[in-house]
Design a protein around this ligand. Structure first.
Ligand code: ADP
Ligand code: ADP
Length: 229
């Protein structure tokens, strides 16, 4: 069954007279359990689509489902609950609270989640069992991003939405982040949608979805998928 279904999705931004068609009639079915990469030039609509899937933004027209929940029929309160219960977000910048340790940053989420795993378990999953009591400033960029991943997965979300998760990292630390995402997708079957220019992540994706001018121009199934070393 698809994890996300989009039918005729349009998003128009109206910035004082000038209308921008960020999405211009998108139909999409994303199979469950997959890691999908969104690729395309800047301004082609990738972030807009990710924000709609994450319940952070409304469509102008069309319909969107997460499994059998229709996001486009939800009020803001229900969308907030949807995000809290089902969605893990990972962004380019880690947004950790500097005055809290790695464990405490993850606990911010596990304290309010419906069925969380212990913060320590989430940190161990991303290879940071030995860094739990460190503060963000005491960790490398790759470690901080893995704390952000631990925070995102600790509530056992159905889906992980990642916007340039390795954008601020060099290629070596980017690989640690890639490996964490790959392992979570493989071991938990967490559907993962990633906006990334990182060629290594594209290699482990089940499919790559190409955007052009607010439309999906092509979907490439990755039959020669590589498992990371
Ligand atoms: P991408 O992620 O592929 O770079 P975006 O989804 O960010 O593309 O943007 C698609 C289009 O929508 C761009 O033309 C962008 O300028 C416009 N856009 C995105 N967000 C807003 C906004 N909040 N207000 C106005 N225009 C926006
Ligand atoms: P609440 O009313 O419970 O504080 P929010 O709307 O602040 O709800 O967010 C609920 C969840 O959605 C958060 O735990 C967070 O994971 C995610 N979320 C919402 N907005 C953002 C955002 N702009 N950046 C990152 N995560 C967000």
């Amino acid at each position: 069954d698809p994890v996300f279904t989009m039918k005729g999705v349009t998003k128009v931004y109206d910035t004082g007279g000038a209308k921008v068609h960020a999405l211009a009639g998108v139909d999409l079915e994303l199979p469950g359990g997959e890691l999908a990469v969104l690729l395309g030039p800047s301004g082609s609509g990738k972030s807009t689509l990710l924000n709609i899937l994450g319940g952070l933004d409304h469509v102008t027209d069309g319909r969107v489902w997460f499994r059998d929940l229709e996001l486009t029929a939800m009020r803001d309160r229900e969308l907030t609950r949807y995000r809290r219960d089902h969605v893990g977000f990972i962004f380019q910048f880690y947004n950790l609270v500097p005055s809290l340790t790695a464990r405490e940053n993850v606990q911010l989420v596990t304290d309010v989640a419906r069925d969380p795993m212990p913060a320590a378990e989430a940190l161990e999953l991303v290879g940071l069992g030995h860094r739990m009591d460190h503060f963000p400033a005491e960790m490398s960029g790759g470690e901080q991003q893995r704390v952000a991943i631990a925070r995102a997965i600790a509530k056992r979300p159905g889906v992980l939405l990642c916007d340039e998760p390795t954008g601020a990292l060099d290629s070596k630390t980017g690989i640690q982040v890639l490996e964490a995402l790959h392992q979570i997708n493989r071991d938990f079957g967490t559907a993962t949608v990633v906006i990334t220019h990182n060629a290594d992540i594209q290699k482990i994706a089940h499919r790559v979805i190409f955007f052009q001018d607010g439309r999906i121009s092509r979907i490439q199934e990755n039959t020669e998928r590589l498992a990371p070393a």
